[in-house]
Design a protein. Structure first.
Length: 251
């Protein structure tokens, strides 16, 4: 099954793809060809296509995608964005992941240009309250874009069942902002499937998920969710905002 599906995507490249148009076309073809492929096939395709120019990102909510990459694309760089506003549990999760997957994946911590104190001095105290879009642009979008500058493609754990905005997430996408191919290997997975993978493979999870949180971000902008609320309803609650700007689905 794996070899058969991989043979359907005969456009692996040995050298960097120079033109954005070429990469964009590659992303579109891969999205169509790999739509029904298992996550491991999508990851193997990405690793074969981009080699060391592929990175994955993690919010350290759980290590499902990290584990899939360790199995099917060992050696991949894993970028974790430390905004300076993370829960202690999330930093602990990052350290546990680094220890567990040492030698199989490279955990890289990216940081904003300014510390929280420096940002308070230049932008005003608690920018997350007065202008969360600018705060996310400074502490999430810009540093992640910088961290991904030397890669041609990056992968995330985005899933269609997380929110309406994410319901059209393709398994392979085009990141227009960065001019990179974006891979979403578990886009079609449901929460039940994630939970089953965690249980079966004894995967690390952020302890906040066992304390009422369903989606984990910065502590000033994340709260527990109640009965009947969606996975991302605890993010920027009451601020008319549902995404930080990193994940813009193109199609
Ligand atoms: Fe700032 Fe909140 Fe965005 Fe974190 S999630 S970068 S604290 S606005």
């Amino acid at each position: 099954m794996t070899a058969e599906l991989l043979s359907l995507v005969p456009f692996e490249v040995a050298e960097p793809v120079g033109l954005n148009e070429h990469r964009q076309a590659l992303a579109r073809r891969a999205a169509w060809r790999l739509e029904d492929a298992p996550a491991e096939v999508i990851i193997q395709w990405a690793a074969r296509t981009f080699g060391s120019r592929l990175a994955m990102t993690s919010s350290m909510s759980d290590a499902v995608l990290i584990d899939l990459f360790a199995r099917h694309a060992p050696g991949t760089d894993v970028v974790f964005l430390d905004t300076g506003y993370h829960f202690t549990e999330t930093i602990g999760m990052r350290d546990a992941v680094a220890a567990t997957y040492r030698g199989r994946l490279n955990i890289i911590t990216a940081e904003p240009e300014q510390t929280v104190a420096e940002q308070d001095a230049t932008e005003g105290r608690d920018l997350f309250a007065s202008n969360p879009d600018r705060c996310c642009a400074l502490r999430k979008v810009a540093p992640l874009d910088n961290a991904l500058a030397d890669y041609d493609a990056w992968a995330s754990g985005l899933r269609r069942d997380e929110s309406f905005a994410r319901s059209i997430t393709p398994v392979v996408d085009w990141d227009e902002r960065n001019g990179k191919v974006k891979i979403n290997p578990i886009a079609r997975w449901t929460q039940d499937r994630v939970d089953a993978y965690i249980e079966k493979n004894n995967i690390l999870v952020n302890t906040l998920l066992m304390d009422g949180f369903a989606s984990i971000g910065c502590f000033p902008c994340t709260r527990r969710v109640g009965e009947g609320e969606g996975v991302r309803d605890g993010r920027w609650a009451g601020k008319g905002k549902s995404e930080c700007g990193i994940h813009l689905v193109s199609s």
